[in-house]
Structures are given as structure tokens and as C-alpha cells.
Design a protein around this ligand. Structure first.
Ligand code: BG6
Length: 501
């Protein structure tokens, strides 16, 4: 991150300060920015929540969060103290008008430059409109870029609710003041997709239907739903991951080149992709979408309970913990190229990878020779935990005769750059403070993404899956997911780190 940018003073109002997200993500990110000198000289963090806590108790909770989740590990005492003095806490109900009288006056400081005020919604989603309604009592906020609002996902539950939330937000703020978070966009390797595609001339001529057979996007998680049963059981994998994170990855792969690296240019190109995604008719859902739910199984030698036995989950839950989709982007570049997306909990490993599978060579001059397994080229963008790029090509194996073998040309972030990547939340917080919305979702983008998956959500909610649970914890999803690609004579590609050596 660029230190030369002069940050204006800021007050961050953290709604939901006693919650998990604040302690796990937001505060550790702010702490690291503090250590890196990337926060303005004058800043305050004002936590707001209903819990009855003193400033000191909140600081202690945040301290524990930093020790546990900061990329730097446990905080050193002096460093923590210098950060903690910026933290304050207000205990209040979210619908109490006096809270907002107080918050909107926070800008009246004796600081030389009046601070920007960032309202950060780290609350459960049912409180979003409660807070927005209260902020709506202060019409002077609208259009004043000193005031910004940050909304965490889930942004709505379906297209209708997302539209309603956008409408309400846009009565109180202008679009330029609204930061809808998709933390995937803050990841270095996700941002690198743009650098990789548009900073190198060699990919463009082959980045299309003439050379690419299909694209696979896998975001698998080893963890289950932990303590998030209440939220997750009403969401499911399609809402939780595909509507946002995987859809954003798809956009970055499929978008056209922006003419400038500006927020609106990039967001326009991405939204063009979503609008080009072929509408899924409800009748076609079984052919293009697969859902799964994990049953009891084993991961890393530990027994994992079935999803339906997790805390706060309905014992007859019909919620999917795995989802796979086949999408088409109907435009000149991608006509006929399937994009296969899959994501799930309790899978064999945590890995996010995008594979572009190239077409095979048009003719095998080596066919009569003793070739090993002949693989078409594959380009893999590794998002995490391995961060890098792998290009799989064929090479001659040393020795007599012409034997071909797949070999990888690759680079790995940590070997090339020798420095730790900032956490996604750090990048996003800096962008919010310097008023750069490029890595955030615009209203039309969020709505378009809901539009893509809405028919699937409807069909799935109207029909209980009688096969649930249909994969064991520790497997790559249900057998039906294999059929989704097998019907096209393809298979899911094993993430690189899972391939046998
Ligand atoms: C969140 C989802 O948005 O992303 C979680 O709500 C998921 O269910 C998480 O675990 C994954 O993020 P990451 O950065 O760990 O890949």
C-alpha cells in the first residue's frame, strides 16, 4: 500500500462492536494499519453495541481478537497501548435517536481538518435498516462525502430484498458514499487478476472461446459453519459465497479491458459480464445447479458432525452447504464456454483456485509415440492458500525418444515479493478512508448478481432435497456435482495442491 497518500482524519463508528466480525476482522485490520502507519495521525474508533461494557472491557475484547486473528500474531504491549487509546465505546440500542444525535456530532472536533465519519455496519443484517432509518433523520448526511457508510454482506437475501435495501440506502446516502463489502475483492491475488490480464499483452489474443474450453472456479473450505449456524441456516452456500465472492471472480476473468483503472470503469465492465450471463430458467435449474449438504465425516483425522447436528441448525434443514453452478456468458468472447463454479463447507481442503482449461491441440503429431497422459494447457490462478499462478504445458521428458509430460511454469507470491500481503480488510479499509470505491460493489452489480441466482434459490426453496445429507464431511461435494460436468464430458479439476506428486 502506498504510504505517501495523506489520509484525512477519520472517526470510524463501528456498529456491532461486540460481535465476531469486529474482533476477528475489522479491529485486527485497523491494528495492522496503525502499525504500518497507514492510518491518519488523528483517528478514533467508536464502537457501538447493545452490550453493557466499559471502554476498557471493549479494548480487552479487541485485544484478544488481535492476538488471535492478526496476521502479525499477538500484539506487543506498547504497540497495543498506542492503538487502544483510540478506542471508545457507546452502549446503546440501535433504534435510540439520541445515539444518532451524538454520532452525527462526532465531527465537531477541534482538529485542524474536520474528520471524515465512517459508519461501519458490522451488525447482523436485520439491523442494517434500523440504523439506516435513524441516520435518515439527518438529511444533511446525503451527498456529503465526509460521511460514508460501509455495509457488510449479506446484502439482501434475494433480488427483491437487495433492491429494497438499496432503495432505502439511497434515500439517506448517495451511491458515492456507500461501500458494499465483498472482502474477496480486497485479496491481493484477486486484485492481481486485473494486473495479470491487462498488464500483459500475451493473454488477450488467447483469452476467449477460440482457445479456452471452459473455466472452473473452486472455493472450497475445510471448516464447517462453526458458531454461525443461525445465520448460515437461513443463507446457504449459494447466497453466502456464489452470489458474491465467486461471481466477482467470474467477472474478473470474463470482463473486457477497462480503458482506465477507475472505480466506475472497472465496475461497468464487471456489471456488463453479469448482464451477459445467460438467464437460468426455473425448468433448467436441475441441469445447471447442484446442491449438497454434508453429513457426518472425517477431516484431518477428526470426526465432524453432520450439518443438521451443528449448533443452531434445524434438524431437518434443507440448507445447502455445497453449491455448484454451470453458467454461460453470452457475448462474443465467451459464447459456448461453460463457467463451472463450486463452493462448499467441510471439504477436503481450504483452496480457492480459478482454472482456465485450454482446448487441446488441434492435431497430435505425437499420438503414435509413447506419450504420457496428454493434458491440454491449463492456466491456474491460485487465490489461496497458495498465492500464485501456474501455467501447465507439455514438455519433452529427458531421455531417448519423444515422451511428453505435463510440467508447470509458475510463480508464487511469497517467493517473488518477499513481503507479507496485507489482509483483504486492511486494503478495503484504506480504500474507504481515501474514498476509492473501486473494490466495492455498486448497487446495480449486487442486484444483477442476485438476478442470476434468484431462479435457483426459488427452485431450491420450493423443493426439499430428499437426499440430504448427500456428501460426507471431507469429500469434494455430492456425486451429483460430478454429473454436472460429466454430462459435458468434463471432470472437476483437482486443485493443484491436491494433485498426487
Ligand atoms: C464469508 C462467508 O463471506 O467468506 C463465510 O460468509 C466464508 O462463510 C468466508 O467462510 C470465506 O472467506 P475466506 O477469506 O476465508 O476465503
Amino acid at each position: 500500500m502506498n504510504k505517501s497518500f495523506q489520509m484525512e482524519p477519520v472517526i470510524i463508528v463501528l456498529f456491532g462492536a461486540s460481535g465476531d466480525l469486529s474482533a476477528r476482522k475489522v479491529i485486527p485490520a485497523l491494528y495492522n494499519l496503525h502499525l504500518d502507519g497507514l492510518l491518519p495521525e488523528q483517528y478514533e474508533i467508536v464502537g457501538v453495541a447493545r452490550s453493557s461494557l466499559q471502554d476498557e472491557m471493549v479494548r480487552e475484547r479487541f485485544h484478544q481478537g488481535v492476538d488471535q486473528y492478526s496476521r502479525r500474531g499477538s500484539a506487543k504491549k506498547e504497540e497495543w497501548d498506542s492503538f487502544a487509546e483510540h478506542i471508545h465505546y457507546i452502549q446503546s440500542n440501535y433504534d435510540d435517536p439520541t445515539l444518532y444525535e451524538r454520532l452525527t456530532k462526532l465531527g465537531n472536533t477541534d482538529w485542524e481538518i474536520p474528520p471524515n465519519i465512517v459508519f461501519y455496519m458490522a451488525t447482523p443484517p436485520n439491523l442494517f435498516t434500523v440504523v439506516i432509518d435513524q441516520l435518515g433523520c439527518f438529511p444533511e448526511l446525503k451527498g456529503d462525502i465526509r460521511y460514508r457508510i460501509v455495509i457488510e454482506k449479506p446484502f439482501g437475501h434475494d433480488l427483491r430484498s437487495a433492491k429494497a435495501l438499496n432503495q432505502r440506502l439511497l434515500q439517506v446516502f448517495e451511491e458515492k458514499q456507500i461501500y458494499r463489502i465483498d472482502h474477496y475483492l480486497g485479496k491481493e491475488t484477486v486484485q492481481n487478476i486485473l494486473a495479470f490480464r491487462f498488464g500483459n499483452a500475451m493473454w488477450e489474443p488467447i483469452w476467449n472461446r477460440n482457445f479456452i474450453d471452459h473455466v472452473q472456479i473452486t472455493v472450497s473450505e475445510k471448516i464447517g459453519i462453526g458458531r454461525r449456524g443461525r445465520y448460515y441456516d437461513s443463507a446457504g452456500a449459494l447466497r453466502d459465497m456464489i452470489q458474491n465472492h465467486l461471481m466477482q471472480l467470474l467477472c474478473l476473468i470474463a470482463m473486457e479491458a477497462p480503458t482506465a483503472f477507475t472505480a466506475d470503469q472497472i465496475r461497468n465492465k464487471k456489471v456488463d459480464v453479469i448482464h451477459a450471463i445467460r438467464t437460468i430458467n426455473k425448468a433448467d435449474v436441475p441441469a445447471v445447479a447442484v446442491r449438497g449438504q454434508y453429513g457426518q465425516g472425517w477431516i484431518d483425522g477428526k470426526q465432524v458432525p453432520a450439518y443438521r447436528n451443528e449448533k443452531d441448525v434445524d434438524r431437518n434443514s434443507n440448507t445447502e452447504t455445497f453449491a455448484a453452478l454451470k453458467l454461460f456468458v453470452d457475448n462474443w468472447r465467451w459464447q459456448g464456454v461453460p463457467f463451472y463454479l463450486r463452493t462448499g463447507k467441510c471439504m477436503p481442503g481450504r483452496v480457492s483456485e480459478i482454472s482456465l482449461q485450454f482446448r487441446p491441440v488441434p492435431h497430435h503429431p505425437f499420438a503414435h509415440l509413447n506419450t504420457q497422459v496428454f493434458q491440454a494447457n491449463r492456466l491456474v490462478l491460485q487465490i489461496e492458500p497458495n498465492e500464485g499462478v501456474v501455467l501447465r504445458t507439455q514438455a519433452k521428458e529427458p531421455g531417448m525418444g519423444m515422451k511428453l509430460k505435463p510440467v508447470d511454469m509458475s510463480y508464487c507470491y511469497k517467493d517473488v515479493f518477499h513481503q507479507a500481503s496485507p489482509d483483504a480488510y486492511e486494503t478495503l479499509l484504506v480504500d474507504i478512508m481515501r474514498n476509492d470505491p473501486g473494490l466495492f460493489m455498486r448497487a446495480d452489480q449486487v442486484e444483477a448478481a442476485w438476478g442470476v441466482i434468484d431462479p435457483v434459490l426459488e427452485v431450491w426453496s420450493e423443493n426439499t432435497d430428499l437426499n440430504f445429507p448427500n456428501y460426507q464431511a471431507g469429500q469434494w461435494g455430492p456425486p451429483e456435482a460430478e454429473s454436472l460436468v460429466a454430462q459435458d464430458r468434463r471432470t472437476w479439476l483437482l486443485p493443484i495442491s491436491f494433485e498426487p506428486k
